[in-house]
Write a protein that binds this ligand. Sequence first.
Ligand code: PHE
Ligand code: ZN
Ligand code: ZN
Ligand code: ZN
Length: 295
Amino acid sequence: APLTGVTAVQDHLQELQKIAEANGGNRAAGQPGYKASLDYVKAQLDAAGFATTIQEFDAIGGTTYNLLAETPGGDANSVVMFGAHLDSVSRGAGINDNGTGSAAILQAALDYAGSGATPKNKLRFAFWGAEEQGLVGSSHYVQSLSDAERGQIVAYLNFDMVGSPNAGYFTYDGDDSDGEGAGPGPEGSAQIEKLLNDALAASGVQTEGTDFDGRSDYGPFIEVGIPAGGTFTGAEGTKTPEQAQKWGGQAGEAYDSCYHQSCDTVDNVDQQALDRNFQAISTAVKTYAEQFPQP
Ligand code: PHE
Ligand code: ZN
Ligand code: ZN
Ligand code: ZN
């Protein structure tokens, strides 16, 4: 029987690691390891019955691609999107950044399809290219939509780094609860934040907000007013003593000391953080398949 759940997520990460090793050590946009990653993800989604399309665009160093996969069922006028960038930096395999987000949304999609449920909303999963060159793939996608197509997207959930080895538990601050920084997301973002906070609380985790500061692929979506959210376990930032008390791990050290380095391999993933985030993503998929916004 095929693997399911977080065991399958871990298997996808092993496969992405092998793809990097077979292709010069990375999965960067424009490099063969990126296309091999895309082919791997697409084959699984095709086999599970998703309607997949590859969107080609130009980035630094040549042509690269986004992969879009949607449920055949569900209301095309009410689309909930889940996205993760599939490219790595050229220095390494990019397993935490962002094999984890990619593998987690891939498996949440496969498990949802395996449940046999028909969604009320259409679910669309996006695997972005060239995020590391400046959100090129997600920007290209949003710009390529007509006004009507943009209007059909009711929410966008982003997952970029969800297994950091010294993990924090952050959700994008849709209600701007800290009242500072980048400010709240578009209306509707607050309820995505709440759903993800509640889902992580069910795993015993108390989250903190992280601002929509434009550092990942939600940027082009919030720019056009689409409600957004997502989770993040931290990059080069330093864990505080308070956070170490709350979440475990090492105070005074980076959430991911291998961020954008060659040591971002399968060994650079906290399995518990990955599992907790995967469960939250799965909850969001099942919940928003039925209804968004919620009453
Ligand atoms: N987008 C950053 C990268 O891929 C990581 C990041 C994600 C930073 C979310 C901040 C918030 O390198
Ligand atoms: Zn990165
Ligand atoms: Zn990233
Ligand atoms: Zn804020």
